[in-house]
Design a protein around this ligand. Structure first.
Ligand code: ADP
Ligand code: MG
Length: 476
């Protein structure tokens, strides 16, 4: 038996398939594999290469299949989902005959390095105990918040790249990683994604994830029950500590003090810390100066407000996840209108999908506008009553002063009512406020106008169309 890739094929001698000489890789295939191996190092970087790709060993080559071995089943699964496609492309670029990558588990491939199993078992047990203790304090992770479901765009690219680095590095790349940004922009999603990926990627590591609020709660409880030593020990024994929404401990001095010591103890042991907040470290009022400067030591990554492109990308991803039939025009409309944050954007999509489900109707631009009326109105604050009056006057060929005047002729009064109706629909103004803008009219007049137009829109197609045209001119 020959020696391939440094590991003896004799170990798998039991398997008749391998005894066929023709299965053994030719020298060309071996050198191709060597090249691909070094290309992987180039492409994926030293850290990933060393922890995941270096152990890949070429075992056999047959009918266009490269058979590669790894030492554990866990590794096989990880490589299968993360790297196999790319590795196959590299192989078939080097030799088009290669059509398939088969990853097999060959345990203890290196016999003389066989570990002392008893010792390993004891260690594993101790680690498991520690992990389950930590799991009790940690907050549960949301299964939906993973890297796979996080859409990357310009506003969050830095935070995302930094989060990935934390997961993919063998060592601690920067400490702490501090992620900040406004509400609903994906901070918690990224934190959970890191925690999920570390658990998957480095199952032996203990990750503690919790909100600053829960940290404080645990701390206070430990003081009450006289178990602060235990508290300290637990927090200092983790490999990765993640605290979400650190701004919560602003002004809470003893909690900050405790956190500061935990932070330092972990940094000294070279353990990774990840923090999120709604502001940059320097802008966190009510936080001790020492702690603030400590928080800015590592990498500070901000998540900016979303852009149209990112919002559209997120909607497309969510649509696929929901498996719902939502026209592109509706996604574009939402991306344009719901600009506040991702949580609201998601909420809007969920609402129209749920509505379509229940009412058994297809989703259209019209139904969307209908279902989301209140939300859209809230996002249309920039539409003013002056604008509405201008557009309505334009549409009906009137003067703007007709909107305020006391003239009651139908050809003036009706458009005025349309304008009042639109003011109620498209702005957040109250009836009295609207009345004032229309020449100091009473709120009951406005209410009457709103009802009247609603009624007319049902029975008079011309009015319905007029309203629609003006509305589009205002919101489009
Ligand atoms: P934050 O913690 O910053 O307030 P979250 O992480 O809770 O915000 O995000 C709010 C919602 O928006 C979550 O459902 C999250 O999955 C979603 N979300 C935020 N950013 C993204 C993104 N880039 N891709 C996919 N979903 C996102
Ligand atoms: Mg959050």
């Amino acid at each position: 038996m020959s020696d391939i890739g440094g590991k003896s094929v004799a170990l798998i001698r039991g398997n008749a398939e391998y005894q066929e000489a023709s299965l053994e890789p030719t020298p060309e295939i071996l050198s191709l594999w060597e090249k691909v191996h070094s290309d992987m190092r180039q492409e994926f970087g030293e850290a990933i290469f060393r922890s995941w790709l270096k152990p890949l060993t070429l075992q056999a080559f047959y009918h266009g299949t490269m058979e590669i071995s790894v030492p554990t089943r866990f590794m096989r699964d990880w490589i299968q989902t993360h790297y196999a496609d790319r590795i196959l492309v590299m192989c078939s670029e080097a030799n088009p005959e290669i059509k398939k990558l088969q990853i097999v588990v060959i345990q203890n491939a290196i016999v003389d390095e066989e570990p002392d199993t008893a010792a390993v078992k004891t260690l594993t047990k101790a680690n498991e105990n520690r992990k389950s203790e930590i799991a009790e304090i940690s907050s549960p992770l949301d299964e939906r918040f993973k890297f796979e479901t996080f859409v990357v765009g310009k506003p969050n690219a830095l935070a995302h790249a930094a989060a990935r680095r934390v997961v993919e590095s063998m060592s601690v790349p920067f400490n702490p990683l501090f992620i900040y940004g406004g509400v609903g922009l994906g901070k918690t999603h990224l934190m959970h994604a890191i925690a999920h990926a570390i658990e998957e990627h480095w199952p032996e590591k203990t990750v503690m994830y919790l909100s600053a609020e829960k940290f404080m709660y645990q701390f206070v409880r430990a003081i009450r029950s006289d178990s602060t030593m235990n508290f300290k020990e637990q927090f200092r024994s983790v490999d990765v500590l993640m605290i979400d929404d650190i701004q919560f401990i602003s002004g809470k001095e003893s909690t900050q003090e405790e956190f500061f010591h935990t932070f330092n103890a972990l940094v000294d042991q070279n353990k990774q810390i990840v923090i999120s907040a709604d502001k940059a470290p320097g802008d966190l009022a009510g936080l001790d100066e020492r702690l603030r400067s400590r928080l800015a030591w590592g990498l500070v990554a901000d998540i900016h407000p979303t852009t149209y492109d990112l919002r559209l990308g997120i909607l497309q991803t969510k649509r696929a996840q929901l498996g719902a039939e939502v026209p592109d025009s509706v996604l574009e409309f939402l991306a344009l209108k719901v600009t506040s944050n991702v949580r609201e954007l998601e909420g809007a999509l969920n609402r129209i999908v749920a509505h379509a489900d229940v009412s058994r109707q297809v989703i259209t631009l019209e139904s969307t506008q209908d279902v989301l009326q209140d939300l859209l109105r809230a996002h249309d604050r920039r539409i003013t009553i002056d604008e509405i009056q201008r557009k309505v006057a334009e549409h009906y060929n009137l003067r703007i002063t007709d909107m305020h005047s006391a003239r009651r002729a139908r050809n003036v009064a009706r458009p005025r009512q349309v304008a009042m109706y639109l003011a109620k629909q498209l702005t957040a103004r109250s009836l009295p406020e609207i009345g004032r803008k229309f020449g100091g009219r009473d709120h009951t007049t406005v209410m009457h106008a709103v009802r009247k137009i609603e009624e007319l829109m049902e029975e008079d197609a011309q009015i319905a169309q007029d309203v629609d045209i003006v509305r589009r001119a205002l919101t489009g």
